[in-house]
Ligand binder design. Structure first.
Ligand SMILES: *[C@@H]1O[C@H](CO)[C@@H](O)[C@H](O)[C@H]1NC(C)=O
Length: 501
């Protein structure tokens, strides 16, 4: 072998080794950076302005995974002090003021340099829907004031709106199914797959002033007012949704109380079968008749106070609750709940959250108890004397404690007689507060929708790209090791050979 050829081989092998080594190094750095450097985090804030109170939710997600399902997590919640924004009719600016403590708190959680790009939205529900019905000007004033207040913060304000009942219901459905990854799943074959729409979960939401039912029915939806369309990750969903204004637990209890005062001819002392024996409270008629959910009392009726005495009678309470529903308005139609509202038969599994959950959680009935046990537990509670109840649950808010008997029986009536769940379909209802690490409600769905974070088309797969980088890296690592293994002995051998010349 002549010297030039030998030099050429050595040079070539060293070059291959060096080049492939460098490429390997670069690829490894790229990979290591992907793994080690935290992906940029984004934040979002939603105010849930309910009828009885307002809450703030802070969400976060990795920026590079923005459009994947199930990656948004809840980092913080803040309960706004005071009652719902709809109660500030006489002092709208105070409604805005009330949000500030929670906004200040949010700024301590979201890093400074992320604040300007953090979307913040406020959604108001049935409390404001009722106020708008009573006095549109007052409702707008309150929305203006809360907007003014939020705009003072270095955040990206996306508006304050009153959600329609259909929006509220269907956004709760989006939240549940987003958190449970029901829209897309990443399969072993590295493709996005769509679970069957039948496997999406229905959503049952009970608030203070309204209640919502939303699900994917097995058949057609005949009433277009109850139909909502979504195109999510390349797949069409049509869900049935209906919101019953005034059928939230606070307004329902108010309607019941109004009925009791009427049935007793506005007598100054009345019995309340849903309150425990021994409980007594004096309330003004004005406080009962201040809502569009109850029809006005006769005008010749003097403003007066009424003493309400609990009788702890679940059978009477149940029949008083039944009177809140007009079941005969459905006639012979099977596709009907009450008050003539259309509904296809309930289908699939359901998550029941907010007050459905809180009430059942109080009764320890959230682990799939049978209807028999549920009935028995609630009826037993209703018959307990108030003094005993108070001693048994010293931590509980007194008003809530007083209302649990009503709430328990009301929920059973709504789900069974209203929505027509039965012994079998009852077992498809899961009473839940959270899915993953986020609270279930419409707020997350609202943020996802208004920030366009839910894709209407299937996401592109990024995993395939990553694995090809790995394949390339492995190939070059193998190549450089092989080149090194060949080059060294060869170099040595040639070196020795040349010495003999
Ligand atoms: C989603 O957002 C759009 C505006 O971007 C709005 O028109 C639509 O009503 C929202 N959908 C729901 C269910 O709230």
């Amino acid at each position: 072998m002549n010297l030039a050829k030998k030099d050429f081989i050595i040079g070539f092998l060293i070059a291959v080794t060096v080049v492939s080594g460098i490429i390997t190094l670069i690829l490894s750095i790229v990979e290591v950076q992907n793994v080690l450097l935290p992906a940029s985090i984004k934040y979002g804030i939603v105010f849930d302005a309910g009828s009885s109170h307002t809450s703030l939710y802070i969400y976060q997600w990795p920026a590079d995974k923005e459009n994947d399902t199930g990656i948004v997590s809840q980092v913080h919640t803040c309960a706004v002090k005071g009652s719902g924004i709809s109660s500030y009719v006489d002092n709208p600016s105070q409604a805005g003021e009330s949000l500030k403590t929670c906004l200040d708190e949010a700024l301590t959680i979201i890093p400074c340099k992320k604040q300007m790009e953090t979307p913040v939205l406020l959604g108001a529900t049935a409390g404001m829907r009722l106020l708008r019905e009573q006095n549109n000007t007052q409702a707008n004033q309150i929305l203006d004031e809360v907007s003014k207040s939020i705009k003072q913060y270095p955040l990206d304000f996306h508006g304050a709106y009153i959600l329609s009942g259909n929006e509220e219901g269907s956004l709760g459905w989006v939240t549940v199914n987003y958190l449970l990854d029901s829209f897309v799943k990443y399969s072993f074959t590295e493709e996005w797959i769509h679970p069957n729409p039948d496997q999406t979960l229905g959503a049952l939401d009970l608030g203070g002033a309204s209640t919502q039912i939303t699900f994917h029915p097995s058949g057609a939806i005949e009433d277009t007012d109850t139909k909502m369309f979504f195109r999510l990750y390349g797949y069409n969903y049509k869900v049935y949704t209906h919101s019953y204004l005034c059928y939230g637990q606070d307004q329902a209890l108010k309607m019941l109380l109004a009925n009791l005062t009427k049935e007793n001819n506005f007598s100054s002392s009345i019995n309340h079968p849903c309150y425990a024996t021994g409980y007594s409270q004096t309330i003004s008629l004005k406080d009962i008749y201040n809502s569009p959910c109850v029809s006005a009392p006769p005008s010749n009726n003097p403003a007066q106070n009424i003493t309400v005495n609990g009788t702890g009678d679940p059978a009477e309470c149940k029949s008083a609750i039944d009177k809140l529903f007009n079941f005969s308005a459905c006639g012979t139609s099977k596709m009907c709940t009450f008050n003539g509202v259309y509904q296809p038969p309930v289908h699939g599994q359901f998550y029941a959250f907010s007050a459905f959950y809180y009430t059942f959680s109080f009764f320890n009935l959230t682990s799939g108890q049978s209807l028999g046990i549920v009935n028995e537990t609630i009826w037993n509670f209703c018959t307990e004397e108030w003094t005993k109840v108070e001693v048994k649950f010293p931590q509980e808010n007194v008003i809530r404690l007083r209302d649990y008997c009503f709430s328990g029986l009301y929920i059973l009536t709504l789900l069974l007689d209203g929505y027509k769940f039965n012994d079998q379909t009852w077992t498809n209802i899961y009473f839940r507060k959270k899915a993953g690490n986020a609270d279930i409600g419409w707020t997350l769905g609202y943020m996802l929708n208004l920030t366009n974070m839910i894709l209407s088309e299937a996401p592109v797969t990024v995993k395939g790209h990553n694995s090809s980088i790995w394949a390339a890296a492995l190939f070059f690592i193998a190549l450089s090791i092989a080149a090194g293994l060949i080059a060294l002995p060869l170099f040595w051998w040639l070196q020795n050979k040349s010495l003999r010349f």
